[in-house]
Design a protein around this ligand. Structure first.
Ligand code: SF4
Length: 217
Protein backbone atom coordinates (compact mmCIF):
# COMPACT_ATOMS: atom_id res chain seq x y z
CA UNK A 1 0.00 0.00 0.00
CA UNK A 2 2.97 2.42 0.46
CA UNK A 3 0.91 4.39 2.93
CA UNK A 4 -1.48 5.32 0.14
CA UNK A 5 -5.21 5.34 0.53
CA UNK A 6 -6.59 2.63 -1.72
CA UNK A 7 -10.18 3.72 -1.87
CA UNK A 8 -11.53 7.17 -1.29
CA UNK A 9 -14.50 5.69 0.57
CA UNK A 10 -12.27 3.44 2.68
CA UNK A 11 -10.52 6.62 3.72
CA UNK A 12 -13.74 7.86 5.25
CA UNK A 13 -14.17 10.51 2.58
CA UNK A 14 -17.77 11.03 1.80
CA UNK A 15 -19.65 11.56 -1.41
CA UNK A 16 -20.05 15.08 -0.10
CA UNK A 17 -16.27 15.53 -0.02
CA UNK A 18 -16.02 14.56 -3.68
CA UNK A 19 -18.95 16.79 -4.63
CA UNK A 20 -17.45 19.74 -2.75
CA UNK A 21 -14.09 19.18 -4.42
CA UNK A 22 -15.62 19.03 -7.87
CA UNK A 23 -17.57 22.21 -7.12
CA UNK A 24 -14.22 23.91 -6.55
CA UNK A 25 -12.52 22.40 -9.59
CA UNK A 26 -15.44 22.86 -11.99
CA UNK A 27 -17.64 25.77 -11.00
CA UNK A 28 -19.88 25.91 -14.05
CA UNK A 29 -20.37 22.43 -15.43
CA UNK A 30 -22.03 22.40 -18.82
CA UNK A 31 -22.24 20.47 -22.03
CA UNK A 32 -19.66 21.80 -24.48
CA UNK A 33 -21.42 20.38 -27.53
CA UNK A 34 -23.48 22.93 -29.47
CA UNK A 35 -27.03 22.01 -30.48
CA UNK A 36 -30.49 23.52 -30.82
CA UNK A 37 -32.77 20.47 -30.57
CA UNK A 38 -32.74 17.01 -28.95
CA UNK A 39 -32.12 15.54 -32.40
CA UNK A 40 -29.08 17.75 -33.03
CA UNK A 41 -27.77 16.77 -29.60
CA UNK A 42 -28.20 13.09 -30.44
CA UNK A 43 -26.23 13.53 -33.68
CA UNK A 44 -23.53 15.54 -31.90
CA UNK A 45 -23.13 12.91 -29.17
CA UNK A 46 -22.81 10.13 -31.77
CA UNK A 47 -20.15 12.18 -33.57
CA UNK A 48 -18.29 12.87 -30.32
CA UNK A 49 -17.21 9.25 -29.76
CA UNK A 50 -13.39 9.21 -29.86
CA UNK A 51 -13.44 12.86 -30.95
CA UNK A 52 -13.15 16.23 -29.22
CA UNK A 53 -16.23 18.39 -28.66
CA UNK A 54 -14.36 21.23 -30.36
CA UNK A 55 -14.00 19.23 -33.57
CA UNK A 56 -17.63 18.08 -33.39
CA UNK A 57 -18.78 21.69 -33.04
CA UNK A 58 -16.71 22.69 -36.07
CA UNK A 59 -18.34 19.93 -38.12
CA UNK A 60 -21.90 20.43 -36.88
CA UNK A 61 -21.80 24.20 -37.29
CA UNK A 62 -21.72 23.52 -41.03
CA UNK A 63 -23.65 20.24 -41.11
CA UNK A 64 -26.68 21.53 -39.20
CA UNK A 65 -27.09 24.44 -41.60
CA UNK A 66 -28.40 21.99 -44.20
CA UNK A 67 -29.12 18.82 -42.16
CA UNK A 68 -30.83 19.16 -38.82
CA UNK A 69 -33.81 16.78 -38.94
CA UNK A 70 -34.19 12.99 -39.13
CA UNK A 71 -35.70 13.39 -42.62
CA UNK A 72 -32.63 15.27 -43.84
CA UNK A 73 -30.33 12.51 -42.58
CA UNK A 74 -32.41 9.75 -44.13
CA UNK A 75 -32.30 11.55 -47.46
CA UNK A 76 -28.58 12.30 -47.57
CA UNK A 77 -26.48 9.51 -49.10
CA UNK A 78 -24.13 7.52 -46.89
CA UNK A 79 -21.18 8.74 -48.98
CA UNK A 80 -22.10 12.41 -48.75
CA UNK A 81 -22.64 12.19 -45.00
CA UNK A 82 -19.32 10.41 -44.55
CA UNK A 83 -17.64 13.23 -46.40
CA UNK A 84 -19.27 15.88 -44.20
CA UNK A 85 -18.31 14.18 -40.93
CA UNK A 86 -14.99 12.76 -42.07
CA UNK A 87 -12.84 14.77 -39.65
CA UNK A 88 -14.69 13.35 -36.61
CA UNK A 89 -13.16 9.91 -37.26
CA UNK A 90 -14.93 6.56 -37.53
CA UNK A 91 -17.02 8.36 -40.16
CA UNK A 92 -18.33 5.21 -41.83
CA UNK A 93 -19.87 3.75 -38.66
CA UNK A 94 -21.01 7.14 -37.39
CA UNK A 95 -22.76 7.97 -40.68
CA UNK A 96 -24.42 4.56 -40.66
CA UNK A 97 -25.57 4.99 -37.05
CA UNK A 98 -26.95 8.50 -37.65
CA UNK A 99 -28.87 7.40 -40.74
CA UNK A 100 -30.27 4.30 -39.01
CA UNK A 101 -31.26 6.22 -35.88
CA UNK A 102 -32.95 8.86 -38.06
CA UNK A 103 -34.94 6.18 -39.87
CA UNK A 104 -35.94 4.61 -36.53
CA UNK A 105 -37.03 7.99 -35.15
CA UNK A 106 -39.26 8.61 -38.18
CA UNK A 107 -40.72 5.11 -38.37
CA UNK A 108 -41.20 4.32 -34.69
CA UNK A 109 -41.31 7.64 -32.87
CA UNK A 110 -43.22 9.93 -35.15
CA UNK A 111 -40.13 11.90 -36.10
CA UNK A 112 -39.30 12.92 -32.53
CA UNK A 113 -36.39 11.83 -30.36
CA UNK A 114 -37.94 9.64 -27.65
CA UNK A 115 -37.78 11.20 -24.20
CA UNK A 116 -37.26 8.03 -22.22
CA UNK A 117 -34.07 6.08 -21.70
CA UNK A 118 -35.28 2.63 -22.75
CA UNK A 119 -36.67 3.87 -26.07
CA UNK A 120 -33.51 5.85 -26.77
CA UNK A 121 -31.35 2.74 -26.38
CA UNK A 122 -33.44 0.94 -29.01
CA UNK A 123 -32.21 3.41 -31.64
CA UNK A 124 -29.41 2.19 -33.87
CA UNK A 125 -26.03 3.39 -32.68
CA UNK A 126 -27.35 4.71 -29.37
CA UNK A 127 -25.78 3.10 -26.30
CA UNK A 128 -26.16 3.89 -22.61
CA UNK A 129 -23.72 6.80 -22.68
CA UNK A 130 -25.45 8.57 -25.56
CA UNK A 131 -28.90 7.90 -24.11
CA UNK A 132 -27.82 9.20 -20.71
CA UNK A 133 -26.41 12.41 -22.18
CA UNK A 134 -29.54 13.02 -24.27
CA UNK A 135 -31.82 12.32 -21.30
CA UNK A 136 -29.89 14.66 -19.01
CA UNK A 137 -29.20 17.48 -21.42
CA UNK A 138 -32.26 17.49 -23.67
CA UNK A 139 -34.93 16.28 -21.26
CA UNK A 140 -33.66 17.34 -17.83
CA UNK A 141 -33.33 13.78 -16.55
CA UNK A 142 -31.19 12.58 -13.65
CA UNK A 143 -28.66 10.50 -15.55
CA UNK A 144 -24.99 9.60 -15.04
CA UNK A 145 -23.37 9.15 -18.43
CA UNK A 146 -20.00 7.41 -18.20
CA UNK A 147 -17.59 8.41 -20.95
CA UNK A 148 -13.84 7.97 -21.09
CA UNK A 149 -13.21 10.94 -18.73
CA UNK A 150 -15.75 9.82 -16.12
CA UNK A 151 -14.34 6.30 -16.29
CA UNK A 152 -10.76 7.50 -15.74
CA UNK A 153 -11.56 10.03 -13.00
CA UNK A 154 -13.75 7.56 -11.09
CA UNK A 155 -11.05 4.92 -11.10
CA UNK A 156 -8.26 7.33 -10.21
CA UNK A 157 -10.22 8.70 -7.27
CA UNK A 158 -11.01 5.16 -6.12
CA UNK A 159 -14.73 5.68 -6.54
CA UNK A 160 -14.86 2.69 -8.87
CA UNK A 161 -12.57 -0.19 -9.76
CA UNK A 162 -13.87 -1.23 -13.14
CA UNK A 163 -13.07 -0.59 -16.78
CA UNK A 164 -16.63 -1.50 -17.80
CA UNK A 165 -18.58 1.81 -18.13
CA UNK A 166 -21.86 0.11 -17.21
CA UNK A 167 -20.43 -1.14 -13.91
CA UNK A 168 -18.93 2.28 -13.19
CA UNK A 169 -22.30 3.90 -13.89
CA UNK A 170 -23.94 1.51 -11.40
CA UNK A 171 -21.26 2.22 -8.83
CA UNK A 172 -21.49 6.01 -9.17
CA UNK A 173 -25.27 5.93 -9.03
CA UNK A 174 -25.04 3.97 -5.78
CA UNK A 175 -22.66 6.52 -4.21
CA UNK A 176 -24.18 9.87 -5.18
CA UNK A 177 -27.72 11.25 -4.71
CA UNK A 178 -29.83 10.99 -7.85
CA UNK A 179 -30.37 14.73 -8.19
CA UNK A 180 -26.60 15.27 -8.52
CA UNK A 181 -25.92 12.72 -11.29
CA UNK A 182 -26.19 15.01 -14.33
CA UNK A 183 -24.15 17.78 -12.75
CA UNK A 184 -21.49 15.35 -11.56
CA UNK A 185 -21.28 13.84 -15.03
CA UNK A 186 -20.34 17.20 -16.53
CA UNK A 187 -18.03 18.07 -13.65
CA UNK A 188 -16.14 14.79 -14.07
CA UNK A 189 -15.99 15.21 -17.85
CA UNK A 190 -14.55 18.74 -17.57
CA UNK A 191 -12.31 17.83 -14.62
CA UNK A 192 -10.95 14.89 -16.64
CA UNK A 193 -10.58 16.96 -19.78
CA UNK A 194 -8.72 19.90 -18.22
CA UNK A 195 -7.10 18.68 -14.98
CA UNK A 196 -7.11 14.92 -14.41
CA UNK A 197 -5.94 14.35 -17.97
CA UNK A 198 -5.23 10.91 -19.34
CA UNK A 199 -1.50 11.40 -20.01
CA UNK A 200 -0.41 14.15 -17.64
CA UNK A 201 -2.82 14.76 -14.76
CA UNK A 202 -2.21 18.15 -13.16
CA UNK A 203 -2.13 16.80 -9.60
CA UNK A 204 -0.29 19.84 -8.25
CA UNK A 205 -3.38 22.01 -8.74
CA UNK A 206 -5.98 19.36 -7.86
CA UNK A 207 -7.99 19.68 -4.62
CA UNK A 208 -7.94 15.91 -4.19
CA UNK A 209 -4.15 15.57 -4.28
CA UNK A 210 -3.79 14.80 -0.54
CA UNK A 211 -6.28 11.95 -0.55
CA UNK A 212 -6.40 10.69 -4.13
CA UNK A 213 -4.89 7.19 -4.40
CA UNK A 214 -3.55 8.05 -7.86
CA UNK A 215 -1.95 11.39 -6.97
CA UNK A 216 1.47 11.85 -8.51
CA UNK A 217 2.76 14.24 -5.86
S1 SF4 B 1 -4.73 14.05 -7.62
FE1 SF4 B 1 -4.13 13.77 -9.77
S2 SF4 B 1 -4.81 11.70 -10.31
FE2 SF4 B 1 -5.90 12.31 -8.46
S3 SF4 B 1 -7.83 13.18 -9.16
FE3 SF4 B 1 -6.37 14.87 -8.93
S4 SF4 B 1 -5.43 15.15 -10.93
FE4 SF4 B 1 -6.43 13.12 -10.91
Amino acid sequence: MDGKIENIQDAGLSAQFVMDGLDIMVENPKCELQFRTPFELLVAVVLSAQCTDKRVNQVTSELFKTHSTPEAFVNISQEELEEKIHSCGFFHNKAKAIKSASRDIIERFDGKVPSNFDDLTTLAGVGRKTANVVMAEAFGGDNFAVDTHVLRVSNRLGLAHFQDPNKVEQQLCSIFPKETWSKLHYQMVLFGRYCCKAMKPECERCVFNCSCPSSRI
